[in-house]
Design a protein around this ligand. Structure first.
Ligand code: PLP
Length: 383
């Protein structure tokens, strides 16, 4: 995507950090914000359209992931959904302190929720991954304990794009009667997600990762699963999540998700072509790099490690060329620690620090990919 800046053009290739909100979704959000300001919970007729929009948004989102509308609970985004899934399972077990199983490559929203539960006396088991970042269902089978309450493994990794065998992992969890949650923040709206087919009990998603607005997301919870509220308050969201709903943002999220799902195949083809073009251009110039994450990755998602250099330097030098990429995940971008994901993949020591993430989105073009490859090659040569 090329965006107009005050003085120059910017190539935005950091779509795993966030995506540009869809113009129609934004227009809908602003229109609703202005015209329908009533509280959706109020009893007068001014609130009726808001109740209807809320219900229609729930239905649209449910249809996109093959869920039932009453299984969709609106939240403030991926972090809240992840916290809710992990912490509610512990709340439901009190006074016992259960075991939680997760993977070594989860987002901090899961890892730090688990760490907080560990401080309360729970035990946390982290499953290893192979060199591509995938969890082996047999490893999960071995690690399940009688006191395990919930297993949480992400659907697609935010740093390297690896798609996990979630269907097989959920099946192992259910063989042992355990709850299975997946953080699908990077997957929803980008690859087909069917909760019934995957067999997951809970799933987290975030609107700003699929061209919706920031600060809104949802948690899918399978009908019949006994789960506790995390945000206590009024009776909103079937009395499971208090707080006046942000109806304009929720409606915009539903519209953005519907659009992304409708255009999914076309977008995937387009951004895969961008990623392939970039790789071919680097290879054509004999650039030495490691492509992390294996073949089963999110479309348009590249994590590249270059020998004996700093990802931070590459990022800032590309930024000077008006190209936006990231090192590791955006949430880590101010930290200089080695990424826990790249470490879990055992990326070689002389390459790990020189890692950047380039993630194409639906507004990128092949010429963006060529431009990034050319600038990156020049920067690497100059270092
Ligand atoms: N989970 C994953 C895999 C993510 O990539 C992110 C955001 O980067 C989150 C959770 C957090 O989502 P949000 O930014 O909506 O809180």
């Amino acid at each position: 995507m090329t965006v107009a800046n005050s003085s120059s053009k910017i190539i935005y290739a950091d779509n795993a950090a966030t995506t540009k909100p869809d113009a129609e979704a934004l227009a809908l959000m602003f229109e609703l914000q202005e015209k329908f300001f009533a509280n959706p919970s109020s009893a007068y007729k001014l609130s009726r359209p808001l109740k209807k929009i809320l219900q229609e948004s729930r239905e649209k989102i449910a249809a996109c992931i093959n869920a039932k509308p009453q299984e969709i609970f609106f939240t403030s985004g991926g972090t809240e959904s992840d916290n809710w899934a992990i912490k509610s399972s512990v709340l439901a077990s009190l006074p016992e302190r259960p075991n939680i199983i997760t993977s070594a490559v989860e987002h901090k929203a899961i890892l730090n929720s688990c760490a907080a539960m560990k401080n309360l006396g729970c035990t946390v088991t982290k499953l290893p991954v192979d060199k591509f970042g995938a969890v082996n269902p047999d490893d999960l089978r071995e690690k399940i304990l009688p006191q395990t309450k919930i297993i949480s493994v992400m659907l697609a990794n935010n740093e390297v794009g690896t798609i996990q065998p979630v269907k097989a992992l959920a099946a192992v969890a259910h063989e042992h009667g355990k709850i299975f949650h997946t953080d699908a923040v990077q997957a929803v709206g980008h690859i087909p997600v069917d909760v019934a087919n995957l067999g997951v009990d809970m799933l987290s998603a975030s609107a700003h990762k699929f061209n919706g607005p920031k600060g809104v997301g949802f948690l899918y919870v399978r009908t019949g699963l006994n789960f506790a509220p995390y945000i206590d308050g009024g009776g909103q969201e079937f009395s499971k999540r208090g707080g006046t709903e942000n109806v304009p943002a929720i409606a915009a999220m539903a519209l953005a998700l519907e659009k992304n799902c409708r255009e999914m195949n076309v977008t995937a083809k387009k951004i895969s072509a961008c990623a392939n073009t970039l790789l071919e251009n680097l290879r054509g110039k004999n650039v030495d790099f490691i492509l992390n994450g294996g073949a089963n990755r999110l479309p348009g998602h590249l994590s590249l490690s270059f020998k004996d250099c700093e990802g931070e330097t590459l990022l800032h030098r590309l930024d000077l060329k008006n190209i936006c990429v990231s090192t590791g995940s955006a949430c880590n971008s101010r930290q200089v620690q080695k990424s826990h994901v790249l470490q879990a993949l055992t990326v070689p020591e002389d390459y790990i620090n020189g890692t950047i993430r380039i993630t194409f989105g639906k507004e990128n073009s092949l010429s963006d990919a060529e431009n990034i490859a050319e600038n990156l090659t020049d920067i690497l040569l100059s270092l």
